[in-house]
Each structure stands twice: as structure tokens, then as C-alpha cells.
Design a binder for this molecule. Sequence first.
Ligand code: PRX
Length: 664
Amino acid sequence: MAGQVTIGDFYSEDRTFPPPPEFRATALVKDRSMWDEANADYEAFWARQARELVTWFEDFDTVLDWQLPFAKWFVGGKLNVSYNCLDRHIEAGLGDKVAYYWEGEPGDTVVLTYRQLHAEVCKFANVLKGLGLKTGDRALIYMPMVLELPIAMLACTRIGVAHSIVFGGFSPDSIMDRCNDAEARIIITADAGYRRGVASGLKVNVDAALAQCPTVENVVVVNRCGLDVEMEPGRDHWWHELMATASTDCAAEPLDSEQLLFLLYTSGTTAKPKGIMHTTGGYLTQVAFSHKYTFDLRPESDVYWCGADIGWVTGHSYIVYGPLCNGATSVIYEGTPDTPRPEFRQGDPAAWPKDRLWDIIERYGVTQLYTAPTAIRTFMKWGEQWPAAHDLSSLRVLGTVGEPINPEAWMWYHTHIGRERCPIADTWWQTETGGHMISPWPGVTTTKPGSACGPIPGIFIELVDDEGQVVQRGGGYLTITKPWPAILRGIWGSPERYFDTYWSRFDGRYFAGDGAKLDDDGYLWLLGRVDDVMNVSGHRISTAEVESALVDHPAVAEAAVVGANDELTGQAIIGYVILRGTYQASDVLREEVRQHVAKKLGPLARPKAVILVPDLPKTRSGKIMRRLLRDVVEGRSLGDTTTLADQSVVEELRTRALDAPAED
Ligand code: PRX
């Protein structure tokens, strides 16, 4: 099983960090009684959480209806997500509490209270209604990190419209595929968003997609950067113009617990992304629960910050729904960590100060920071002088998500950001799980750098071997043995694919696609994907998707893609390409092929290197041997190559891999 965790000097299964005594003394959870309660009767446990954390218009009558692989949670219950995230806090007298401190990349700021957020959400819900949207419809959202994004999401939830957010870094083709699969009636977007000091266009990508999105009737455009964009009369509307006349009066619809809340497309092992379905009651319960306890949340005093983009599941669950349901005060920052406020931007951007994050933590008094290992490794590269120049004493809990954290990065985070005072929650979960599944809890768990420790209460994990036998110690495939409230309800439009992808490999178990290891103390160490899914900077990209984008280029006859270990991004995309006979290999063509992938899928999927080869290693039955390709780029010995049809191919590959320059 391929492991991704870099085992370095810090790695030791015996190195432990108990919760700091001062932290533990006042922690929300100090002992394992919640685990005991959940182990004794997990349905009753989740029912208690659902009733404690969420307000129901009508109580549910059945906790769980489980017909493998289809789960229904809190059946018969009626609720509304936006009511839970807004109205009830205002009714409780918290209307003037800050929901979001928002900071734009250019340094502009907005402080939005729960009352103000509620008013904006009601207005936009009325806008949606005015455009003919109704319960059960789908809205596609393609936006930068501006406040209109959570406003649009919550407005959808208020009237039972499901949103499908497409990350702003994706291409027109990705918008088109997702839009058509979901049959979205509306696209909500912006002219552009700021990234590294530049207005990066979004509407222009929507325009390019729209020609082939027949279901879209209306487009709403936020004016973020004042760009001159094309607006098609009758179809395209400015957000501010529609909002100017919208009423702030909009009742929250009582919706079924199993009402579709959102679709979020994610990469699998095929070229076609899957529309992961999440519904209302179970999802909200688990994200509120995990947000509260993983981060030891004190809504009355904390300023919580998740640095993810709302376009990914982390942003859905831990910038929007979890924190707002819990009445938290959060920070949202629009831009990149290496873009300082404009007054500090002098000369070459490469020489700009790299302390925007630490500056924000200091100015807002951030108490929890939730970010990705890739980001931490980048901060390590930039150097500890940047955080050292700031007062980070407000921080209480640190979190990581998205990929295995190597012990070195964990220790750096602990030392230079947490200043050895803050527990670290390494949270393992997936788009499909909706919320945290494996994570230490800060007042209880003794952590080990690089280990996600164990499941949270109410979640049941087992490792199994190839035959599906349970593994008590050592490596195995990560499986989940009982349904959980925020479990995906399926893949949009493909119930069979849902079963095949997650439930067919091991009988009666959800197979996550990850490998893991259990140490002698029963701690889980996540080892990365065991399928053809890559994890680049915490983002999932399938080898098949990139391969199909590569062969889409006219010069490419055949392509094979592998994820190679990369110090900074976890994995890096390496594309092996065989050119069509009429094309001559050249650096220009190689670069063109590489950029073609970015154009088809978005810059995230651009291969770090494209290696032009005369042949690919294949088994006698014609299957590409990816393992060999990975071994070649990572410079490992090749092990058993006896199944290879043509042994000479490998030597050729080795030479080419050494020759190929790696691009940024
Ligand atoms: O391989 C695991 C990795 O990210 C995958 C899920 O990706 P995605 O659905 O995009 O969601 C990312 C944010 C939740 C998993 O199958 N992964 C996520 N968190 C961790 C992780 N791997 C190791 N440790 C983690 N904490």
C-alpha cells in the first residue's frame, strides 16, 4: 500500500502530546463518556445530538432508516437550515453578534451581524423566488470568497433550493459538466474575485460555459471588482439591482429532514466527477456537533477561522453550516496568504511580506485556525520569522484537514503557530462523509504528530485486509461500519454508481478509498488514497480526469497520469504522454499540452511535469502499470516487472523522467 506520510526525524509512534492541563481544565469535553454513550446506543446518541444542536419545526419519529447503501436520518422531522443558522440566534437575543468578519484581499472589510446576515439572506431568497426558483430546484454557484456566497447558500436553504457550488478555480468545461448534470436553473456568480492583487475573472468563464447549459434561465452577477462584463439582457442580472428592491421578509420553509441540501461534485476514479448528495437534518446535526467539539467552541467569546475555500466541502461544513448553526463568530478572508494588505505591497510580488494570515489572526483575535497541511508546509518554507512577528496568543485550538499531515509539519504548526499551547486536531473526512469522522478532541485526546488518532463519538471505523478481514494492528483499508448522520445520500443521477463506488468492495462496509495503519496503541495513521485518485494540496483529482484532458489535445495519442510524492503539495501530477506520429516532441509542445489540461479542468489540475515518451509500460493484457510509472518518477527501484509486456520500455522511461524539467 503506497504511503504518503513523510517519515522523518520527528516520527515516533511513542511521541505524545496530552491536552495541556490549563486547556483541559475548562474544555467542553474532558473524558470519554460521549464515546461510551455512543457505543452503547449510537442511534439514541445521535438523536440526542440532533435535538440538542438543531431546532426542529416538527420532531422526527424514526432516528435511522438504513437500507444499505441508502440512509435516511431523523425521518419525519421538519426543519430549515437557514432558520437554524440565523433566525433562532436572533430570537435568542444574539442578533447583534458578529457572524462574519470579512476581509477582502485589497484590505476592504465588512463586519456582518447575525441580524444583518438574516436580512440579506431573506432578500436574496425573495430574489430567487422572484426568478421562479422553488423547492427541489438546483442553483449553481461559482463565486469568489465574498459574503454574497454564504448569503446565496443560505437563501437557497431557506426555500429548499439545492446549491451546487463549483470552486472558482475550475474551468468553463467543469462549470458546464456540473451544470448539465445537475440541471441547474440558475447560476450565481461574480464579475471576478481578487487573487494575488489581480481581479481574476469568473463571469467570463460562466459565459463560456453558458452556450452549452440549456437548463439555465437566469444568471445573477455580484459586482466585486468593477470589471466590465457582458450582461445578456433578460438572462443576466446584477445582484445589487435585484437586491435593491427585495423585501427582507421571507419565512423559512419547514423542509423534510431528507430534503436535498446541496450537491458537491468530486473526483472519483473515472473521468466524470460525481455529484455527492447531502440532505438536511443529518448533515446539519453532524457538522454542528463536530464543529462544536472538535474546536471546543465557545460561541460567546471565540473568533473562529477556517482558511479553506467555501467551494470545497470544508468550506461548506466548517465556514458556513457548522459555525453558523452553532452561533459562532468567524473570519472569512478573500485572498491568498502571500498577498499582504496593499500598503505593504512594494516592488516585486515575490518579495512581498508573507504574513497576511498571522496579521489577520492578531487583528481579529482568532481563537481557532483550521487549515491544510499543504498550507502549513508552505508557511514552513516561507519561514518562522513571519508568524514570529505577530502576537498569536489568542489562538486556542489548531486544526488540519485534507491530506495526511507529516510529523514535521505537525511539529512546526505546534511550535510556531500554537506556541506549544494549542492542541491540534488532525481531522480526517471526505466530501462524502459531510463532516469530521476521525479526529482528536482537544480536551481529551493525547495526540501523536502525524496521526488523526481515532473516530469521534458515534463513528465506527475498522481497517480490513484484501479479503475484508478486520486488521487489529498494522496496515489496511479504511472502512466505516455503521451509517453516520452526514453520510452522502448517493451520487446524483447514479444510484448504481453509488453502490459500486463505496459499498461493493467490502461486504456491508463503506470503503473510503484510503489506506491507514493502526499502531500498538490503537492510533490511526492515514496513509493516503489507495485508488487512482490523487491528492494535490488537499484537493482530489482523478488520474482519469487528467488523462482525458491530455488526450483531448490533438497532439496526444495516449496518456497516463500518476500522483508522485511532493514535499509541498503532498502529491504532484505527472503526465506521461505518447505523441501522435505526425507531431515532433519539443518543449513548446510539452508546455502547450500541460496548459491544455489547465484550460480543460482548471489550474489545479495542471500537471507539474509532462513527460513525452515513445511507449508506456503495460501488462500483457494492455493495462497501464501506474505503479511502475510512480516508481520511476519517485526514483525507486522497480520491484517486480515480470508482468510487463516490453521490458525495454522502462529503461526508456527512466531516462525521460530524469530529463523532464518540473514546472511550477
Ligand atoms: O484521502 C483522504 C484525504 O482527502 C480525501 C477526501 O478528499 P475530499 O473529499 O476532497 O475532502 C477533503 C476535505 C475533507 C480523503 O479520502 N484526507 C482528508 N483529510 C485527511 C485526509 N487524509 C489524511 N488525513 C486527513 N486529516
